[in-house]
Design a protein around this ligand. Structure first.
Ligand SMILES: NC(=O)c1ccc[n+]([C@@H]2O[C@H](COP(=O)([O-])OP(=O)(O)OC[C@H]3O[C@@H](n4cnc5c(N)ncnc54)[C@H](O)[C@@H]3O)[C@@H](O)[C@H]2O)c1
Length: 277
């Protein structure tokens, strides 16, 4: 229904999970898609990249070959779209600007930006919150989205058209037990997204924020099973969502048809925020 033919999308953190589903779904709708991530299968320094990320989850998935950046890009090309898998760390400001310039040179534009990359592997109550992981979460989840927005915005403004998505979480709107760093960054991207929506409106640029609840990605499944069961039971639907539930929402938000929808937080959470009992 939503036709993204001729649009160039950049997705951060596309090696697995929601980012990967976003890449494939946007391509199905017709977009050319650039998959970016710190983890790229054929990168000889993939283990070092995972170490550098200071993320147990990145180290686990790199060692288990749960990395599909190039595979996703290949699947997109097999659909007849243009695609590339590019190593990019959203926390490296110079690299982000260089990669975005390279994308515009190679693909002609950046029309859609999905700020999906995040770290979500630190759960600790406030007294045990690691200072190191606090800094990491702010740097990746919030500053990373800022870096990518700042790099993409001028290209969108030049063409008077753009769509920017921020991945928040219900942890950012409801708070999260043991998730002070993660939840704070997810609340932060809501402020960032609304501000960008205000500034982008005169240039045909919309910015919206998606707040997923519990989605059954590899990262979610790697979590504590008892905690996961409790979270799923909080949803009205009594089940985790699928990555495509998020990807379809994003496909609508970045479509030409969603031109009057901006600065909104769209919760896709199976009713986790309802009075479930
Ligand atoms: N899965 C859920 O239930 C859920 C719920 C709410 C919000 N979210 C949000 O959705 C997004 C994706 O979640 P997911 O479950 O697929 O997580 P995930 O950990 O599987 O994916 C995150 C991706 O980001 C990449 N990444 C990490 N640090 C990076 C960096 N510095 N630069 C570039 N890439 C980096 C990782 O390599 C990975 O591919 C995140 O923003 C997350 O906070 C997920």
């Amino acid at each position: 229904m939503f036709d993204l033919t001729g649009k160039v999308a950049v997705v951060t953190g596309g090696s697995r999970g929601l980012g990967r589903a976003d890449c494939l779904t946007l391509a199905k709708a017709g977009a050319d898609v650039v998959v970016t991530d710190i983890l790229i299968e054929s990168d000889p320094s993939i283990q070092e990249a995972a170490e550098h990320a200071n993320s147990p989850l990145a180290q686990l998935f790199a060692s288990q070959n749960v990395v599909y950046s190039e595979a996703t890009s290949d699947a997109i090309r097999a659909m007849g779209r243009r695609s590339a898998a590019i190593k990019m760390d959203v926390t490296d400001r110079d690299q982000v600007h260089a990669v975005f310039a390279q994308i515009v040179e190679q693909f002609g534009s950046i029309d859609i930006l999905v700020n999906n990359a995040a770290t979500l592997d630190h759960v600790a109550q406030i007294e045990s919150q690691s200072d190191d992981f606090w800094d990491r979460d702010v740097l990746v989840n919030l500053t990373g989205a800022y870096n990518c927005t700042k790099a993409a915005f001028p290209y969108m403004r030049q063409r008077n058209w753009g769509r920017i998505i921020y991945m928040a979480s219900v942890a950012g709107t409801l708070g999260g037990f043991g998730q002070s760093s993660y939840a704070s960054t997810k609340a932060g991207v809501i402020g960032l997204g609304k501000s960008v929506a205000l500034e982008g409106a005169r240039f045909g640029i919309t910015a919206n924020i998606v707040a997923p609840g519990i989605i059954g990605t590899e990262a979610f499944k790697a979590g504590n099973p008892k905690m996961n069961d409790r979270m799923v039971l909080r949803t009205a639907m009594r089940s985790a969502g699928e990555p495509e539930d998020i990807a379809h929402t994003i496909t609508f938000l970045v479509s030409p048809e969603a031109k009057y929808l901006t600065g909104q937080v769209i919760t896709v959470a199976g009713g986790i925020d309802l009075f479930t009992f």
